[in-house]
Design a protein around this ligand. Sequence first.
Ligand code: PLP
Length: 449
Amino acid sequence: MLTPIGLYGSNTLAILEPMAGGNKRLSAQLRARAEKLFPGGVNSPVRAFRAVGGEAPMVMRASGCRLWDADGNEYIDYVGSWGPIILGHAAPEVVEAVQRAAAEGMSFGASTPAEAELAELVVGALPSIEMLRFVSSGTEATMSAIRVARAFTGRKYIIKFEGCYHGHADSLLVKAGSGVATLGIPGSAGVLEEQACYTLALPFNSEEGVAQAFAKYKDGIAAIIVEPIVGNMGCVPPQPGYLKTLREITQKNGTLLIFDEVMTGFRVAFGGAQELYGVRPDMTILGKIIGGGLPVGAYGGRADIMRMVAPLGPVYQAGTLSGNPLAMAAGIATLRRLKSERQSLYPRLESLSSTLMVGVTHAAQENGVQVTAQGVGAMFTWFFRAGEVRDWDDAAESNTAQFASFHRGMLENGIYLPPSQFEAAFLSAAHSEEDVQRTIRAAHETFAA
Ligand SMILES: *Cc1c(COP(=O)(O)O)cnc(C)c1O
């Protein structure tokens, strides 16, 4: 059993009672304290476990694929900070790189060679990106890319797809999947109709929907933004040919195609979904893995489009901590290792994921629970319903009560899954065959209980 002693300052320790191993007492105390300070006790909504009930562990530390809470409970982690932690927690080369960078100064608000070094790794992996800009989150990156697309095309409308999440910028919080879907809110209060009215939300995987939108709004559509493999309504891959159709119709209409690869970039393949499906978007959004666990986002693409951005062009976008040296160091260390191990790493992740998806699905079936597993590479979801999920309407038919009870049971058995039916789970390089088998055993116990 671990004690939290030493991880917090003395001020914090004063409010904690001595630990009795295996319970949830300290986590509960810490949660009560957080609830006084943060809305719902959290700094991002899905962390509050509202969709699944049960008590969100207060995390003290993590290593590899393991996570420990304040009461010393150990979990196998399939959240991986919602995607970034593909090498596992506290990967030694990433920790070392960040420590070294920190000792040289946290931030200068001036250019460093590390920015170009990470950029070259990104461009080398995703050749559709000729120029890019680093920002500090995926939200910032998508918001900026939309601004650039509107400026470049001189058009107003944006097409997005129901169940896709592109961060929480006003114009993109429409049918936004992820935490928004989890809470059952169609959009968000505080977003003006005027800000959302140029966003067309269409069903994912429907070629007719897109054709109709182009017929109606013809020369008015600046961009299609899409998660090429959706992760934010649970994992929903594109139907064969769908992304190529999006590429063709955008090309024909002078509309930009934006792939939001914040989740899929360096996750489903080293070159992301665009490598996997052989489709070249005009712009790409990245985040999560490229920051190796520190806050980084990026938007980039064709050089003629990116030259719109200040100081070269008229689109203003800036950031005090953009290209931050610590974040760049973590990203470089992460991408370097992925690059050197990609031939073996991605196939291994895929095979482990497949073992896990099938194993848990069988456990469900044996106990009369209908589950459909969907995944690409090391991202996947168990939908609690029968039949394939192709769009948001399908996903929304899932039995969320059954999912919630599965989630609670797994947590009790030491398995930490994303606390929502509408989120993807992730494997990391640190998960072993034994971890996966243990997880499948936990699923058998959970479904049988
Ligand atoms: C996580 C995510 C975002 C938002 O990134 P943040 O860093 O949380 O702002 C945007 N798009 C997709 C596809 C994501 O998965």
